[in-house]
Design a protein around this ligand. Sequence first.
Ligand code: ZN
Length: 69
Amino acid sequence: MTTAYHASGSVTGPCGHAHRTIAAAEKCRRAHAAGCRSQGGYSDREVEHADGSRIDGWEYDAIEDAKIS
Ligand SMILES: [Zn+2]
């Protein structure tokens, strides 16, 4: 089973991608957050499964790893 991820927020909406890795989705989320910041705004996007379900614990860990690198 292939899992896809996207970054989505209730205010800013989903990014519209189907990222194949959680690191790619996190990179997308951070790019959006940086773009919002540069315009004085705020991104409320979080990484979740492309079907809208919440990510699991090991997936949060993968995001933490992605933030370090
Ligand atoms: Zn994206």
